[in-house]
Design a protein around this ligand. Structure first.
Ligand code: JB3
Length: 216
């Protein structure tokens, strides 16, 4: 397998998807994963090298690129900063079957799955996830660590704050602002702004309570 080596930080379901995205791009070779359970494998043959305490040794061993494959938004953003502090360069994992506008801007450590559409002048922040078949339309702004779950749809000019979570199949009408660390329930239709740290769901989405935990 050719390409520069990359270490995957995470070893669960999201890591499986990230590994296959990176393999499909064929730009990097996967050196291994770090996780909470050592001495196992992810997918067919990607070794779990140990927990994150091995990352400095992995870097000095010549693996200078990393991808954070953790679905929990808050933990992913924390690990993104940690990997950068150690000295890793963060790569993106972008499906060759995603459609990304040439005027869209992408940060680092981003996952964009198959069938996703990122339209004109949209911005995707560091560590964001635009999951399978999700659409982000023109002039949308996704802040760092946001997760747009499979099949969700953002119309034009939607702004989503950092570490927010948009559940599977949720829709947001044009111009809506969703705050930081917000959680929108699966299948919701968001027609008005949602403040920071609030959970909303339903058609139309209504605020049901404050958010107390992070989501993935
Ligand atoms: O919804 C979809 C399509 N995907 C979800 C994804 C975005 O988020 C998926 O269904 C899950 O809800 C979630 O995937 P994730 O984060 O892989 O979840 P799970 O399968 O539970 O695996 C979490 C992994 O993170 C486990 O392997 C843990 O060992 C590992 N982990 C937890 N804390 C950690 C740490 N790994 C490292 N390296 N460092 C940590 O601090």
């Amino acid at each position: 397998m050719k390409g520069e080596p990359v270490v995957i930080i995470g070893s669960g379901g999201h890591a499986k998807v990230a590994i296959e995205l990176i393999r499909a791009e064929a730009k990097y070779q996967i050196a291994g994963c770090t996780g909470l359970v050592e001495g196992d494998f992810v997918l067919d043959n990607v070794p779990i090298l140990g927990n994150d305490s091995v990352l400095s040794a992995v870097l000095t061993g010549g693996v200078t690129k990393a991808f954070i494959a953790i679905g929990d938004n808050r933990l992913r953003v924390k690990l993104l900063a940690h990997a950068r502090e150690i000295g890793f360069e963060l790569i993106n994992a972008v499906s060759p079957n995603a459609v990304i506008s040439p005027s869209a801007t992408l940060g680092k450590g981003i996952a964009i799955m198959a069938g996703a559409v990122i339209n004109a002048c949209a911005h995707i922040g560091d560590g964001a996830i635009v999951n399978s078949n999700a659409t982000v339309d023109h002039d949308c702004f996704l802040s760092n660590g946001t997760h747009i779950c499979p099949g969700s749809a953002l119309a034009g000019n939607v702004k989503i704050g950092s570490e927010s979570f948009l559940g599977t199949g949720a829709c947001v009408i044009p111009g809506v602002r969703i705050g930081d660390r917000a959680i929108i329930g699966a299948g919701s239709v968001v027609i008005r702004d949602i403040p920071d740290d609030m959970m909303a769901m339903g058609v139309p989405a209504r605020i049901i309570r404050a958010v107390t935990t992070s989501f993935s």
